[in-house]
Design a protein around this ligand. Structure first.
Ligand code: FAD
Ligand code: NAD
Length: 484
């Protein structure tokens, strides 16, 4: 069903009621992918977005942050290449860099809009909320632009997340920055306190330190990047320290004060001992919370949990059968590729196909220096799951390509099941770890054994040879490292 009709009971000037098979709320990587896939499956789709196509990922998250990571790497690598006989001191114009980044974003968001239209997706600009189990209201932006009612068979909630605010640290874009503010700065602050040593804290600390800003990280826990293994985070932390980032662990940010032109951030340790850290500005990155409080979810029969998340099954269905939730609203892992994978599943299930997502093969990456890439189980998780873990590891200092790119810190590790030698997981820290981990994801998805990867001839000289060698090492037959 599709098309507009006048609703004589409720109609006000400009009001219309439309009908659709699938209403998608939010055009981030969860929502736009769900909409395109549903369009491919010949469903009528309406995609409502209140801000910008591409959501957080394309506009304020993954893409802008990775653009700045790469651009600052170019300048930093040129500046530190004396060992290779290169002497350079590139000047960085942050405004120019941000304009370039914005161009990349525009290209991608424009592409999303075109792809949606080409797949028959009806794009509606406005803020949607549920009115009842099969109806939503969309209020269009701006004065006098009216609203419309959309009747739907299925709905996909893909409204993403917003940054958590530490009490007292309201974002003001000047003294207290969110990641979105930090990615739009037009000049490099002299110094910055970063609250939180998680994904955003570590990626952006690295960017700003490389741009010449003096970065201090205050982290509540005992290490950076909670959830990653110690030997993985150690490589990243030591490199960050070499870059000059100053870490203070066990410090929970409690308040901040203006100090001259800058800020003083106060922290408390677990004994209540207070410490002070001064800087020109402060970036707060202490996690993100799903946007589920603005959708009138009760009207459709849903209630988020205490963290604001909507519970879903492996088909991305909520407790209400015809309503799906994908991406950050469905909780951890809050990653763009998870959102997209769930979006595809939701569309296929809405079209009556037998789809489902296997979270075991979903990778994660941190774009620090060096990068981290992981997928599946760690050895500890494999033991907890009842496997007898068989581990193989290959140090990147023994990989020719890593040495030729001047980045040989780190390793590739594979975890398999000793009985069947099936690949269960991998942890990679080193250059291009975010790319290398994809090979392990494929191995897990295909049910490959260590021998399959070890028997695959890899191009020389490449970083991916370390993937093969790690698998061979688990089998006791690695050539370029001693076998365990
Ligand atoms: P979003 O991308 O947040 O999109 C939700 C959309 O819904 C928004 O456009 C919003 O305007 C719209 N919306 C909300 N409410 C309504 C409403 N009522 N009506 C209409 N529209 C509405 N993940 C990675 O995998 N890799 C990375 O490198 C990475 N880097 C990141 C860097 C930063 C700085 C940040 C902040 C996040 C990063 N992430 C990364 C996380 C990633 O951005 C999110 O996991 C991803 O965007 C989630 O997609 P989504 O579709 O669920 O939500
Ligand atoms: P995070 O959960 O990764 O890290 C938050 C950190 O803040 C934690 O280490 C936590 O211990 C610390 N913390 C919390 N309260 C604190 C306080 N009061 N004082 C000091 N430290 C405190 O969250 P994030 O960095 O804000 O990122 C949000 C989410 O965005 C991530 O969880 C991830 O899902 C996504 N993201 C992904 C990528 C990527 O995939 N490369 C990059 C950026 C963001």
């Amino acid at each position: 069903m599709h098309g507009a009709r006048e609703d004589s009971d409720t109609m006000v000037v400009g009001d219309v009621t439309t009908g659709t098979d699938v209403l998608v709320i939010g055009a981030g990587p969860g929502g736009y992918v769900a909409a395109i896939r549903a369009g491919q499956l010949d469903l009528d789709v309406t995609l409502v977005e209140k801000d910008a196509y591409g959501g957080t990922c394309l506009n304020y998250g993954c893409i802008p942050s990775k653009a700045l990571v790469s651009a600052t790497d170019i300048a930093h690598d040129a500046r530190t290449a004396e060992e290779m006989g290169i002497y350079a001191d590139p000047a960085v114009d942050l405004q120019g860099m941000v304009e370039w980044k914005d161009g990349v974003v525009d290209q991608l968001t424009g592409g999303v809009e075109k792809l949606c239209t080409a797949n028959g997706v009806e794009l509606v600009e406005g803020r949607a909320e549920f009115a009842d189990e099969h109806t939503a209201r969309v209020v269009h932006g701006g004065d006098g632009q009216g609203s419309e009612t959309v009747e739907f068979e299925h709905a996909v909630v893909s409204t993403g997340s917003r940054p958590v605010e530490v009490p007292g640290f309201e974002f003001d874009g000047e003294h207290v920055l969110s990641s979105r503010d930090a990615l739009a700065l037009e000049s490099v602050p002299e110094s910055m306190v970063v609250v939180g040593g998680g994904y955003i804290g570590m990626e952006l600390s690295t960017v700003f330190q490389k741009l010449g800003c003096d970065v201090t990280v205050v982290e509540m826990l005992a290490d950076i990047l909670p959830g990653y293994e110690d030997d993985v985070t150690r490589v990243v932390r030591e490199r960050a320290e070499q870059l000059g980032i100053d870490f203070h662990f066990g410090q929970s940010a409690s308040e901040w004060e203006e100090a001259g032109e800058g800020v003083t951030v106060l922290t408390e340790d677990e004994d209540g001992e207070v410490a002070e850290f001064g800087a020109e500005t402060c970036l707060v990155a202490v996690g993100r919370r799903p946007v589920t409080d603005t959708l009138n979810l009760e009207a459709v029969g849903l209630e988020p949990d205490e963290d604001g998340c909507l519970a879903t099954d492996e088909q991305a269905r909520t407790e209400v059968d015809h309503v799906f939730a994908v991406g950050d609203v469905a909780g951890e892992p809050m990653l763009a590729h998870t959102a997209s994978a769930e979006g595809e599943v939701a569309a296929e299930v809405a079209a009556g196909e037998p789809a489902g997502l296997d979270y075991q093969a979903v990778p994660a990456a941190v774009f620090t220096d060096p990068e981290i890439g992981t997928v599946g189980m760690t050895a500890e998780e494999a033991s907890e799951a009842g496997f007898d873990p068989l581990v193989g590891q290959f140090p990147l200092r023994a990989n020719g390509r890593a040495l030729t790119v001047g980045e040989s810190e780190g390793f590739v590790r594979v975890v398999a099941d000793a009985d069947g030698e099936f690949v269960l997981g991998a942890q990679v820290v080193g250059p291009e770890a975010s790319e290398l981990v994809a090979e392990f994801g494929l191995a897990i998805e295909m049910g490959a054994q260590l021998g399959d990867v070890a028997a695959t001839v890899h191009t020389h000289p490449t970083l991916s040879e370390a993937v093969r060698e790690a698998c061979a090492n688990a089998l006791g037959r690695a050539i370029r490292t001693l076998n365990r």
